[in-house]
Design a protein around this ligand. Structure first.
Ligand SMILES: C[S@@+](CC[C@H](N)C(=O)[O-])C[C@H]1O[C@@H](n2cnc3c(N)ncnc32)[C@H](O)[C@@H]1O
Length: 947
């Protein structure tokens, strides 16, 4: 009984539950966790991708690009096949081999050979560099799991304060393979599926999916929203929280986000480089698609025509399905006809096998699909034409039924009987030059059902608006503008989710795999998650991935009823026929009454509206577990033993990488410290004799746009460290981490020793990622080895090799802060329970190497921080995820209001964790995402906890 004055307590069954879908029937190969890479043995050589030489850009009969050889070969096949009896098929396919042993053409018979010869003479799109690049190499890198995320696990920690091992590893979808298996059996074991967010260049990642995981032919739909290939010098979104980015004085929203900022000058040949970039990626995308699969490329009108030609080349003109035009803005721009739309190029792998689910949209009288409905059948049974739907809706009394008259005749022969004349309401009607659409019995049935109407000398069919309340969607989408009031955009180039939703719903079923190699803020992943599809999304930049991770982690969706709970989404959703009190169809199944069904006295057909499955109340759906992976870490000694892989010679490849990095550093010598501070390096050069160090330079400090003289900096540094001579005489040392790995402790140790011995004033350790113990050594380098050191994060965009010929200054190198974290015991241990702890993020200390001072940033200033309450030294399990001073968790909080108290959610918008029980590993890890998307991690032992 409820206590007086107090609201009745909700029982557990009343409370809203948070649940997610699980793809229990799907699997994927085990990927090793970050941290195992030093011993990871399963290396693979790079893969060479070849273009079909019959599509080589220049048809020159000089043997240069193999066209002559190919033509001779094809003519030979034609001669031989012509001698065979029709259909002139050769006993077995005849192949043309290249010098390196690979096949460049394969012919099945006469027709095939003639087709290939004809293709040689077809017009083609040519661009600078195309002819020189009939093949390209992509490194084959394994993917390492960096992070496991699960909204369910976060809610569970908040609720139970239990230690992770007790409850969470399953919630994380973590298969928990021993390290030995991760090293030796990686890519052999099959694990349960978890969705995946991958940091890396799409080319390298797609190649890894193909060659490490055998994912060829497994992806149902690819959605790709690349940079549009315009304004190669435009700006990008460099910060997680800031979207107000403009391209010079152009008010249009830019399409080139962070990656292009780094690359703004790397599209060295402008459009030419862009076309190469696109063609390479499309080629790999095609490999990943299943036979019934589709790819959508989002593009603007500037390059629509070029990209369509590219796609014709890669997918074949027969792979073209359609161009969708969708509205992106309602505002007029410029003096001429305003351009308000973008486009989707839709191609498929095979038209015959294409998976296609017709999307149906609500028919509204007087609008698209509902035109010509100008008649009404009034409540007294009389029928009247109002001339227009507008006139009808103004005058028609309630209870009337709207219809249109529709022809009863057809040019084709009648089905089952030729009625020359039909008598209706005392008059005889003939079908004119055609025939009636049905036979005498059918016409009688139509008359009996009140479906005939005489208009002048014609007999027509009465088609009610509600006979089929929906109509098939076309390739013009006008309802796709993101209004200022709609869900706020988090990313400057975010796609309206309705666009991607339609693509996914048209071409996939629940449980199918969707890939987006241009993640951005993760709209594809978000929509795929919403609709129970599996997803993989890739981005080369950390800023968009940070946004996408937050978006997925904090999202809430409706729970669509599953046909078979045990199988998960792959079993399909439940659809039902339902009507509201006005008699309108509101369910996911609608009747389709047709002339044929009435004439033949059959029940009407039913159509499924795939976007209207049954929703279950009382469940708030959250994202299923997902992982963050990256191509990056292989440590510095990765190639030290190259005995067993026969791969790239390590020293050489590292050498060329160092040269490239030096070049980049010379062109872009500014290290960003955050808070508007920078440090510039001068005279970057290779030291005369060196063991570990990569370069030396001199330092020039700048603060908030001002440039203090070198003398000031020298003085300040000399003040701090009396034993040093001025900078001009004692330059700083630089060491680069590995190209495809994270910096290990050993590299810092060796470089630190050498820098001390050679009496450099400072050591800069530059890399894409750093292992926690190496970072620790950097911080304590002065104490431990005698030289102060700074870790400088290089943007992963630098890994996109080829395009990086001509880079100018941008935020390529940044000095990241170190999180200042406090770990405290929360009260005394209770009997039967372990100690509880609380972590507070006090701030972020950014070291300024020019002044040797530390710039403190407050904890509230970071966009996000995560806590792993039982860090195993490898993969980071996000047990609590904080987005300080934001309303990121608001939607989940509202949905679960009655289930958890306010204070639970307060933690997640702040800098102090909820209490948690210590775990088996005896240590916690805190990962802070700074506003440039950099990830900074500290590990604390429970024994260090303050009381
Ligand atoms: C136009 S945005 C995509 C926006 C996305 N549709 C959304 O709704 O947020 C393109 C994204 O592709 C990424 N990108 C560009 N080239 C890439 C590459 N080679 N590999 C991986 N990501 C890339 C960029 O970093 C950027 O985030």
């Amino acid at each position: 009984m409820a206590t007086k004055g107090k609201p009745p307590k909700k029982s557990d069954s009343d409370k809203t539950k948070a649940q997610s879908y699980r793809h229990v029937e799907a699997d994927s190969p085990l990927r090793p966790e970050v941290g195992t890479q030093p011993k990871f043995k399963k290396k693979k050589p790079p893969v060479t991708y070849r273009y079909d030489s019959s599509l080589s850009p220049v048809l020159e009969w000089d043997g240069q690009n193999g066209a002559r050889d190919l033509a001779d070969f094809l003519l030979g096949c034609i001669k031989d096949a012509a001698k065979l009896p029709a259909p002139h098929v050769l006993d077995s396919p005849r192949e043309l081999k290249l010098n390196d042993g690979t096949t460049s053409a394969s012919v099945r018979g006469l027709e095939d050979a003639v087709d290939q010869l004809t293709a040689l003479g077809k017009p083609f799109l040519n661009w600078a560099g195309k002819a020189e690049r009939l093949s390209f190499d992509v490194p084959t890198l394994p993917l390492f799991v960096h992070e496991r995320l699960s909204t369910a696990a976060i809610i569970d920690t908040l609720k139970s304060h239990r230690k992770p091992a007790d409850v969470q590893l399953d919630l994380f979808g973590d298969p928990q393979h021993p390290i030995s298996d991760q090293l030796l059996r990686a890519y052999e074991y099959r694990d349960k599926w978890v969705n995946r967010m991958i940091l890396g260049d799409s080319l390298v990642v797609m190649s890894s999916l193909l060659h490490y995981e055998g994912l060829a032919g497994q992806v149902q739909t690819i959605y790709m929203d690349p940079p549009y290939g315009v304004k190669f010098g435009s700006n990008f979104q460099p910060f997680v929280r800031k979207r107000d980015v403009k391209h010079n004085d152009d008010d249009d929203m830019t399409r080139e986000p962070e990656m292009v900022k780094a690359y703004r000058d790397t599209w060295e040949l402008g459009l030419h480089s862009y076309l190469t970039y696109m063609r390479d990626r499309l080629l790999l995308a095609r490999e990943l698609l299943t036979q019934s699969g589709s790819i959508f490329v989002q593009i603007s009108d500037e390059n629509l025509h070029h990209v369509r030609e590219l796609m014709d080349e890669v997918f074949g003109a027969e792979g073209f399905v359609c161009v969708v035009t969708f509205k992106k803005t309602s505002g007029a721009s410029g003096n001429l006809l305003s351009s308000v739309s973008d486009y989707l190029l839709w191609y498929c792998k095979s038209r015959e096998s294409l998976k296609y689910r017709q999307l149906l949209v609500q028919k509204v009288a007087g609008e698209e699909g509902g035109g010509q409905y100008t008649w009404a059948q009034l409540p007294d049974g009389s029928r009247r034409n109002f001339g227009s739907y507008q006139a009808l809706s103004d005058a028609v009394p309630a209870g009337s039924r709207v219809f249109r008259q529709s022809t009863l005749t057809s040019q084709r022969p009648a089905q089952g009987g030729d009625v020359a004349a039909y008598e209706f309401e005392g008059r005889a009607f003939t079908p004119g030059k055609g025939t009636f659409k049905t036979n005498l019995k059918g016409l009688d049935n139509l008359a009996r059902a009140g479906r005939l109407i005489a208009v002048g000398n014609n007999l027509s069919y009465v088609r009610y608006l509600d006979d089929f309340p929906v109509f098939p969607i076309s390739n013009l989408w006008e309802d796709t503008v993101t209004s200022g009031f709609a869900a706020e955009k988090t990313y400057v180039v975010q796609t309206n989710s309705r666009v991607i939703e339609r693509c996914i719903l048209m071409t996939t079923d629940p449980g199918d795999l969707v890939l987006d190699p241009t993640c951005g803020s993760g709209t594809t992943a978000y929509v795929a998650e919403q609709w129970g599809r599996r997803w993989i999304t890739i981005d080369t930049s950390r800023v968009p991935l940070a946004l996408a991770r937050q978006r997925l982690l904090t999202a809430t969706f409706d729970w669509y009823d599953l046909k078979d709970e045990a199988r998960g989404p792959v079993g399909g959703f439940v659809y039902k026929r339902k009507q509201n009190n006005k008699g309108e169809e509101v369910g996911g199944i609608v009747p389709h009454v047709t002339l044929k069904s009435i004439a033949n006295d059959e029940p009407p057909q039913e159509e499924v509206l795939v976007d209207r499955p049954e929703k279950k109340a009382g469940i708030v759906r959250i994202s299923g577990p997902f992982v963050v992976e990256a191509t990056i870490p292989t440590p510095v000694d990765w190639d030290a033993d190259k005995a067993d892989d026969g791969g790239v010679p390590a020293a050489e490849s590292h050498g060329s990488f160092v040269e490239r990095m030096l070049e980049v550093l010379r062109r872009s010598p500014v290290l960003h410290l955050g808070a508007g501070k920078t440090v510039a390096l001068k005279n970057v050069r290779i030291p005369a004799k060196t063991l570990t160090l990569s370069a030396e330079a001199q330092v020039e400090a700048t603060a908030e746009g001002q440039q203090p003289s070198i003398a000031d900096a020298v003085e300040e540094a000399a003040e701090k460290n009396k034993r040093l001579l001025p900078f001009s005489m004692r330059p700083v040392a630089i060491v680069f981490g590995p190209e495809n790995g994270s910096i290990g402790e050993n590299l810092v140790y060796e470089a630190g020793k050498e820098a001390t011995a050679k009496r450099y004033t400072h050591l800069y350790v530059i890399g894409f990622a750093i292992q926690p113990n190496a970072r620790k050594l950097v911080e304590t380098c002065e104490e431990a080895l005698g030289v102060p050191a700074t870790y400088v994060q290089a943007t992963p965009d630098l890994m996109m090799g080829d395009l990086l010929k001509n880079m100018r200054s941008s935020q390529i190198f940044s000095v990241c802060g170190l999180p200042d974290v406090e770990l405290k015991q929360a009260g005394d241990a209770k009997p039967g329970k372990g100690l509880h702890y609380v972590v507070t993020l006090k701030g972020l200390d950014v070291f300024d190497p020019s002044t040797m001072a530390t710039i403190p940033l407050k904890g509230e200033q970071v966009p996000a921080w995560f806590l792993d309450t039982d860090y195993n030294g490898l993969c980071f399990h996000v047990c609590q995820a904080f987005f300080p001073r934001t309303s990121a968790w608001e939607s989940l909080k509202k949905a679960l209001k009655a289930t958890y108290s306010e204070s639970v959610w307060d933690h997640l918008a702040g800098t102090k964790s909820a209490p948690f029980e210590g775990g088996e590993q005896g240590q916690v890890a805190v990962k802070v995402i700074d506003d440039r998307g950099n990830e900074l991690m500290v590990v604390k032992k429970l024994t260090e906890a303050r009381r």
